[in-house]
Design a protein around this ligand. Sequence first.
Ligand SMILES: Cc1cc2nc3c(=O)[nH]c(=O)nc-3n(C[C@H](O)[C@H](O)[C@H](O)COP(=O)(O)O)c2cc1C
Length: 218
Amino acid sequence: MDLYEALYTTRAMRRVSPEPIPSEAVQRMLDAAVRAPSAGNTQNWRFIAVTDPDVRSSLGPLYADAWATLNATVYKGMREAAEVRGDDQTKRIMTSADWLAANFAEVPLIVFAYHRNDADGSSIYPAVWNMMLAARGMGIGCTLTTVLGHFKHDEVAALLEVPADRGWKNAAAIPCGYPLGRWGVATRPPVETVVYADRWGTAPEWTVPEALWSPSGD
Ligand SMILES: Cc1cc2nc3c(=O)[nH]c(=O)nc-3n(C[C@H](O)[C@H](O)[C@H](O)COP(=O)(O)O)c2cc1C
């Protein structure tokens, strides 16, 4: 796959089929993950690839509860505002996130990323993204989620038998499967609206009105 296609179309792919992911694909995803950089090359990470239906069944209600908590707190105002404003993009994201919460146990592969001794927690995310890009290359969709780590950290750790006293923190749970929908380019505000030249507040000399990669190659 073209590098830019992977970069532009690797999205939160929440609606996936229950069809199992072959072990070779899981190996390729995780092998790509550990090629990623980490601060000082510390590689203070562990990944748990969950496919066992019993474990997934126990994770499902935990994810649903965590998602409900997020919606009753942090996302409450955002959801209400999206309804009032008729913000279709946010409403679509919320509908697909609700779908994931309702179907979490059916997702065939859930990868948990753990890290420790990383003051700002940034070292794990290149590995997570490498894994998601490798999955994209094989037509497997993933979603980077953090809600379980926020609201159900200890319950998930107990379920996955993560040692309690070694400082491991969950950074993400990444449900993965073959997409039910199609890949598309992420819609974002034009890049020049968030980029400055040399100093804060100075607009760059260029604008990029359209995404610089499109499926048609235009
Ligand atoms: C750090 C991080 C945490 C996220 N946590 C969740 C989550 O807990 N649940 C979920 O459904 N999506 C989660 N997402 C996915 C985002 O909602 C999604 O990437 C964003 O809405 C943009 O959509 P797109 O990836 O389709 O362009 C998370 C994404 C990131 C980067």
